[in-house]
Design a protein around this ligand. Sequence first.
Ligand SMILES: O=C(O)CCC(=O)C(=O)O
Length: 322
Amino acid sequence: MAGLTQAQLEHYDEKGYVVAESVLDPQEDLAPVMAEYGAVLDGIAQDLHAQGVIASTYADLPFDRRLIHVCDESRQLFTQPFDISLPQRAESAAAPMHTGAAVFNLLVNPRLLDCVESILGPEILSNPIQHVRMKLPRRAVHTDGPGGLAGPTPWHQDNGVVVEAADETEMLTMWLPLNDATVENSCLHVVPYSHRDGIALHCPGNGGLRIPETQMDEAKAVPLPMRAGSVLFMHRRTMHCSYANRTPDEVRWSFDLRYQPVGQPSGRPLFPDFVARSRANPESELRDAAAWAELWEDTRVRLAASAQQKFNRWSADHPGCA
Ligand SMILES: O=C(O)CCC(=O)C(=O)O
């Protein structure tokens, strides 16, 4: 098994994160995912063009330039049709999402799971807190708010986005860019050593949960520019964020995926987890992309039928959030 080196594991333990270079092969591992998303964008562009919302389908443009054109001209964002999770709302019956085979193959990519196994051991659950993010240049985001998955992400810890039952779950975040992530196009920033300090106060707000400035020292943060193919492994209590994409014409495109040992609560009980690797019980592994897609489709039906659920513990009424 390849996995992480001793030096990388020590960096992770000490600082709460580590970037491993060249874990994935952009051609072999990432190109199929990008092609699958190209087809999703094509469908969106065809629909908008048929409705007369955009003047062209921009079929001759590469993915990133095409997405920018489509969002800019339609003045809409298409984060949900691309995302690999449902929105945290009961009115999800009609919510689009993307659960294609290439994405499933990425979730269970052996090179990724070897690295995960180095940290978590051989019984690995795919945690359902997962997203694809296409961060658009600010000029292409025509919403009042920060733009959700297409805009900046406030300072937070991933432990903060789960319910309390999962506080001791050894959830590992894996963040990987599909194109090079730079300081200008909105790479991730982390606060080294912050995983040692417990869970900070988080305040619900427009752009998602946010650790108030008074609860952290932003000056200690470091940017993590990363090349496509590299992977960031991050402890659940490491503080991190991303700022606005300041480039005129680049999309910062990434996945954030999470894994944990089998048998611990996922922190998102309504959403489907699955066994990604089990050395003890290989038959329990999910190996079928269509079955994974079905898990999410069933979840959509259940979510739509359920009352409003609480997805985390925080309240904007907390005095520290004033
Ligand atoms: O990709 C980003 O900009 C933010 C990702 C993030 O906050 C996360 O993975 O928890």
